[in-house]
Design a protein around this ligand. Structure first.
Ligand SMILES: [Mg+2]
Ligand SMILES: [Zn+2]
Length: 346
């Protein structure tokens, strides 16, 4: 997510702190953050303290035509998909609403201590494109809500749900550190083709190592931060990552072949399920899609369908297609824009 945080001088460092903490948490999860602040302001100092990528902007006091243009250009340069604004001043709302490019969502932060809403959504005749309330609670939840805003702003709401290990990166046993991630050949090319074809990418992954106590959620965040980074280098911004942290013994409803992760994502993001697909290297991935009527493609990389539960699941589920690798799977999807009907698994 290219998120642009705007820390205009909405008050003291203390008032800005929760906002900066959220920016920092997203930064550590691998999201691209640009923190704009007025030179010398509390916001600029705070960004330095937290070591957020810091850019300063000219002071905004009066939003005149020339000043508006200068700031808009600065923001456009950053290629942001999301603008988060902290503060209760109305000028910036007018400013960002006037930006010429459609990806911008305006997110207003409400002063936590006062708990009061920003009164005006329409300022000086400009209407904010998206006004979203963000509470300062749990970064996990905020990430979800920001991802959902961006997902909707991007337009196309169809998704390719992609497994992680053995599909995007080499299957080398449980990944413990970010350095273990190695993107498979053909993945960048395939993802770019899907992106061009108006599909968004949502990663769905079983991570029982967390439930077993071998991996903390913070470590998993670091690994996914690295995954986002590696794929960003390939020109791809993943829309969201959903992981099941449970062991098989927990009998949760999100560990694939259960469809829980897909259903969770669908609920959070507003996905058009009838136009979506699954790509994975194990029969568990195929089952997760097919059990809710989503055609699923098995890639020959990683387990290549010979995963520990394959024999048991093969009786119930059949991949819509088997593909040599990720590129071949993407090509097949793009050739079958109108999806085949899928028999739901039992
Ligand atoms: Mg896999
Ligand atoms: Zn689970």
């Amino acid at each position: 997510m290219r998120a642009l945080f705007l820390g205009f001088d909405g008050g003291s460092t203390r008032a800005q702190e929760p906002f900066a903490q959220l920016a920092l948490a997203l930064h550590l999860k691998g999201h691209e953050i640009v923190w704009l602040a007025e030179a010398g302001s509390a916001a600029a100092l705070l960004a330095q303290k937290l070591e957020l990528p810091n850019h300063t902007v000219p002071r905004i006091r009066v939003v005149g035509a020339r000043r508006t243009l200068a700031i808009s250009e600065r923001i456009s340069d950053q290629g942001s998909e999301l603008v988060l604004y902290q503060g209760d001043r109305t000028e910036p709302i007018a400013l960002f609403s006037a930006l010429p490019y459609p990806q911008v969502s305006l997110v207003e932060f409400y002063r936590a201590e006062k708990g009061q809403a920003v009164r005006q959504k329409s300022v000086g005749g400009f209407l904010a494109r998206t006004v979203h309330r963000v509470a300062f609670s749990d970064p996990q939840q905020e990430e979800r809500s920001l991802e959902s805003i961006r997902f909707r702003a991007r337009g196309g709401r169809r998704v390719v749900f992609v497994d992680r290990d053995g599909t995007l990166n080499a299957e080398v046993g449980p990944i413990r550190v970010p350095g273990d991630l190695e993107i498979l050949p053909g993945v960048g090319e395939g993802l770019r083709a899907l992106d061009k074809g108006d599909y968004q990418i949502v990663v769905i992954t079983n991570q029982a190592a967390v439930g077993r106590g071998d991996l903390t959620l913070a470590q998993l965040d670091c690994i996914h931060g690295r995954l986002r980074e590696l794929l960003r280098r390939e020109g791809i911004e993943i829309s969201a990552i959903y992981s099941c942290p449970h062991t098989p013994q927990a009998e949760c409803d999100c560990r694939k072949p259960e469809p829980g992760l897909i259903l969770q994502a669908a609920g959070d993001l507003g996905i058009r399920m009838e136009e979506s697909w699954v790509i994975g290297d194990s029969m568990r991935d195929i089952g997760a899609g097919q059990s809710i009527g989503i055609p699923s493609i098995l890639v020959k990389t990683g387990w290549g369908g010979a995963d520990p539960r394959a024999a048991e699941l093969e009786g119930k589920f059949t991949p819509a297609q088997k593909a040599r690798d990720f590129t071949a799977a993407s090509e097949w999807i793009l050739r079958h824009e109108s999806r085949p009907r899928v028999r739901r698994g039992t």
